[in-house]
Design a protein around this ligand. Structure first.
Ligand code: NAD
Length: 383
């Protein structure tokens, strides 16, 4: 909705990092040049979801949805059946009967997904295709030596080892194998497997992940440096999250929740330089729909050992926070691919809770990586 509304001049680009003046030196692709397609395992469709967001969640103006209705219908026609085997119990319950009944092998699915990408590129006459994983969170998969090289990962696919090849890793494989950039906005495994990074390097494709940083964790990575640079010792940092929507429903399953808790939990240690007592809880409250509330309690010690606290409440609309970042990532990834960059896009660390290959967790320091990238490219690439 947002991308099409901006393309039609119906909405302003607030919330988009790529529309900040600091990023203007990069010749990023225009919103009107983007064409959307995808896969889903549910048959609900974008238009239906957008209307729900307008009527039930009051997150979008109904007039805005109506104004881009034709565009959403056209995109819905380009949404192909996804692959859900091995994606966990909660994802199975979202999947349409047709997707659940499909007994497709991993090898056949990898071929089909790759063919979908090639066809999408040809039919829409695109210069490139950027694959972004925005699917429900999968359970954690146990990584072993078979995930270490692309040859052994290909054997897992060939032997249909569905417990060792999560759908997010198969989508990543399909993209990178066909030479398309890949970004993982979710806590699922995706391109975090060394085997897939090897494939990305081999095919000279840019990639990155994982788990978009949109709410509570964003606040943590902004506030933690405050305690560090004022030499205030954080004793405990407890975060309590309640959310509704599809994400909340999937995360209510403990198998799926584990992935999210992992990507949220690594932040404080590296931002503070030590590990305070910390806990993160995530509870599903169906009536909240697309809205989410996080309450964080930070207990810290100051001069002469005096204990104090900071508490904050974050109330956000999940999709409204995530969508502009997904668009930013598409534009920045398209640009990286256009100028033939490949490998992990470390300059995108500020967008992620668990940024690949970057140990820095302070948000402003991560943002400097992006500014440095802009600076280098502004000097190198003629506008
Ligand atoms: N603020 C945010 O919304 C935010 C922030 C960071 C990360 N994320 C992550 O983004 C993901 C999506 O979140 P959401 O709130 O949009 O969830 P959602 O439930 O609204 O949408 C998920 C979509 O993925 C589809 N899906 C599930 N398994 C699939 C598969 N194997 N193949 C293709 N499609 C599949 C579902 O049918 C659904 O349409 C989650 O992993 C979430 O943790 C979201």
């Amino acid at each position: 909705v947002g991308a099409r509304a901006i393309a039609h001049g119906l909405a302003k680009p607030s919330g988009l990092v790529t529309c900040l003046p600091e990023l203007s030196p990069l010749p990023l692709i225009g919103f009107d040049q983007l064409v959307f397609g995808g896969w889903d395992v549910s048959s609900a469709g974008l238009l239906h979801r957008a209307r729900d967001m307008a009527t039930d969640d009051r997150a979008l103006g109904a007039g805005l949805v109506a104004a881009v209705e034709d565009d959403l219908r056209a995109i819905d026609l380009r949404i192909r059946p996804g692959f859900a085997r091995g994606g966990g119990p909660a994802t199975q319950s979202l999947a349409s009967r047709a997707v659940r009944r499909r007994r497709e092998t991993l090898e056949a699915a990898a071929q089909r997904l790759g063919d979908d990408l090639d066809r999408f590129r040809e039919e829409q006459r695109l210069s490139n295709v950027v694959v972004v994983n925005l699917a429900s969170t999968e359970p954690v998969i146990a990584l072993g030596p078979e995930h270490a090289s692309i040859d052994s990962f290909r054997r897992l696919i060939h032997n249909d080892r569905v417990t060792q090849v999560a759908p997010s890793t198969l989508y990543a494989y399909a993209a990178l194998d066909r030479g398309y950039p890949y970004v993982n906005f979710t806590p699922s495994a995706g391109v975090s497997l060394p085997a897939l990074q090897e494939l990305g390097h081999k095919n000279q494709v840019p990639f990155y992940g994982k788990d978009g940083k949109t709410g509570e964790t964003l606040m943590k990575t902004v506030l933690a440096p405050l305690f560090r640079y004022r030499n205030l010792e954080v004793l405990s940092w407890e975060g309590f999250n309640i959310l509704g929507g599809g994400d909340g429903r999937v995360l209510a399953d403990p198998n799926h929740k584990q992935s999210k808790l992992r990507s949220k939990s690594g932040v404080l240690q590296s931002a503070l330089g030590y590990n305070p007592h910390t806990g993160v809880s995530i509870e599903y409250v169906p009536s909240l729909g697309n809205w989410k509330t996080a309450w964080d309690y930070v207990h810290f010690r100051g001069f002469l050992g005096t204990k104090m606290s900071v508490q904050f409440i974050w109330q956000g609309c999940d999709s409204i926070l995530a969508a502009p970042l997904a668009l930013d990532l598409i534009r920045l990834t398209e640009y990286a691919a256009r100028i033939n960059e490949s490998g992990p896009m470390r300059h995108l660390a500020c967008f992620f809770k668990d940024p690949m290959d970057v140990k820095i967790q302070s948000f402003t320091e991560q943002f400097s990586l992006l500014l440095d990238y802009v600076d280098t490219h502004a000097r190198r690439v003629p506008r």
